[in-house]
Structure formats: structure tokens, C-alpha cells
Design a binder for this molecule. Structure first.
Ligand SMILES: N[C@@H](CCC(=O)N[C@@H](CS)C(=O)NCC(=O)O)C(=O)O
Length: 227
């Protein structure tokens, strides 16, 4: 088995968290041209969506979409589990991941787009509208987030893998890049969650991998586009 992925993207991050938690030590491969305009070449044969991550099995079968990959890993390698046994808790895990994918990530897209452009081309109206949407989706999550240090219940689940990397972008990366207030001020439950979950060694590990990848990417972009 191997994982086509990059350390920059938050989607493979949730898969890596599941792999680390299950002790599955598999190779990571970065598709050429995934984060630039050089074209994705043969990677499109592995994943026609041209996105990361993709899980490739030893027999050559390939699976795209981070959530689906996490579910597959959970089914194929059930111990230790990141999926609660209780049906209500399991539904909460899926709900948090879904709110994250369908609302938070969607709201962040214009910010990701702006980050790849020269600052001179930034449309501040669009950026502030996106930040307002991000705030709205964080408020949805504030309603449902767990209060015992994890997204759901008192142990690590797939919901933490989905949420923590996206919160890092919403709480740390976006306010710094666009020089706007940290949205945490009005989100006490999410703030407490984020502070607590970062202490989990595997969450700390994937977050550091992301920070290092952002620093490497920043070092490669021209000065006027840097944070
Ligand atoms: N729904 C997908 C999203 C994957 C995704 O959008 N990955 C981005 C990285 S942030 C990507 O590969 N982008 C390359 C591109 O769009 O060209 C998942 O959960 O795996």
C-alpha cells in the first residue's frame, strides 16, 4: 500500500493521522505538478480528479477522497479504532467531518485561491466575504464540537483528523496571511478543543508536518506573495 499525497494539503493530513494511529507505516509519494501549473501527467491515470490524497493498494487498485480512504482503512484495519462503537457518537464523528468538508473547506476556497496570487491582485471584498463565511461555518462547528478535549467523546476519532488541520488554517494561517482578526475570540468551545487536541502527540505531529510544508512552500514563492 502507498499514499499519494502532499504535506501541504489538509486532506491527506487526516489520512496520515489515521495511518499513524493504526501503526500503518506505508510510503508517501508526492505526485509531480500537484501544487503548480506544470500539469499532473500520469497522476491522472491514478486519480482522474487530479487531487490528493489517493490510496494505492499493492494490487494496483486506487481510492481517492480522504474521507472514503479513512473509512476504508478503518474497515480494513479495525484495531486500534478511530470510530466510536456507539451509533450516536459515530454519527457525531460523521457530522463534524461533513460540516468541515461541506461548509468550512468550501468557505476557505477563495482564500486558498488568493494565497496563490500576487498580493496586488487580491480582491479584498472577496477575501472579507470568504472570511465571513469561514466564521459562519466555524459557528456551526462550535455548536457540535465535543467538550472533552476531542471532537467527539474522550478519545481520538476520524473527526479530529478532518477538523484539526482545517482549524489550523482558519485560526492560524488565514488571519496571519490576510492580517485579519483571529476568529477564535467568539468561539470558546472550538478554541478549548483546538488547544487541547493539539497536545495529542499524533495531532501535534501532523500539524508540525503541515507547518513545515507551508514554510517550505513560502520559501519558494516570490517575496511579494509571501506571508
Ligand atoms: N474532497 C477531496 C479534496 C481533495 C483536494 O481538493 N485536494 C487538493 C489539495 S488541497 C488538491 O489535490 N488540489 C489539486 C488541484 O485541485 O489541482 C478529499 O477529501 O480528498
Amino acid at each position: 500500500m502507498k499514499l499519494w499525497q502532499t504535506f501541504l494539503s489538509p486532506f491527506p493530513t487526516r489520512v496520515r493521522l489515521v495511518l499513524y494511529a493504526k501503526g500503518l507505516d506505508i510510503p508517501f509519494v508526492e505526485p509531480g505538478g500537484i501544487h503548480d501549473r506544470s500539469g499532473k501527467g500520469d497522476y491522472l491515470k491514478i486519480n482522474p480528479l487530479g487531487r490528493v490524497p489517493t490510496l494505492e493498494l499493492d494490487d494496483g487498485r486506487t481510492l481517492p477522497e480522504s474521507e472514503v480512504i479513512c473509512e476504508y482503512l478503518e474497515d480494513a484495519y479495525p484495531e486500534p479504532t478511530l470510530r466510536p462503537a456507539d451509533p450516536w457518537a459515530r454519527a457525531q464523528v460523521r457530522l463534524i467531518a461533513r460540516l468541515c468538508d461541506f461548509y468550512l473547506v468550501f468557505a476557505m476556497v477563495p482564500l486558498f485561491t488568493a494565497s496563490g496570487m500576487s498580493r496586488r491582485k487580491w480582491d479584498w471584498q472577496k477575501i472579507d466575504a470568504a472570511l465571513a463565511e469561514v466564521k459562519k461555518s466555524l459557528e456551526y462547528l462550535e455548536h457540535y464540537i465535543g467538550t472533552e478535549g476531542y471532537a467527539v467523546g474522550h478519545s481520538l476519532t476520524q473527526a479530529d483528523g478532518a477538523l484539526a488541520p482545517q482549524l489550523m488554517l482558519a485560526f492560524e494561517w488565514a488571519p496571519r496571511l490576510f492580517d485579519r482578526p483571529d476568529p477564535r475570540a467568539d468561539l470558546p468551545k472550538l478554541t478549548a478543543y483546538y488547544t487541547a487536541v493539539r497536545k495529542h502527540p499524533l495531532v501535534a505531529r501532523v500539524m508540525q508536518e503541515t507547518r513545515d510544508a507551508i514554510a517550505r512552500a513560502q520559501a519558494r514563492v516570490p517575496k511579494e506573495k509571501q506571508i
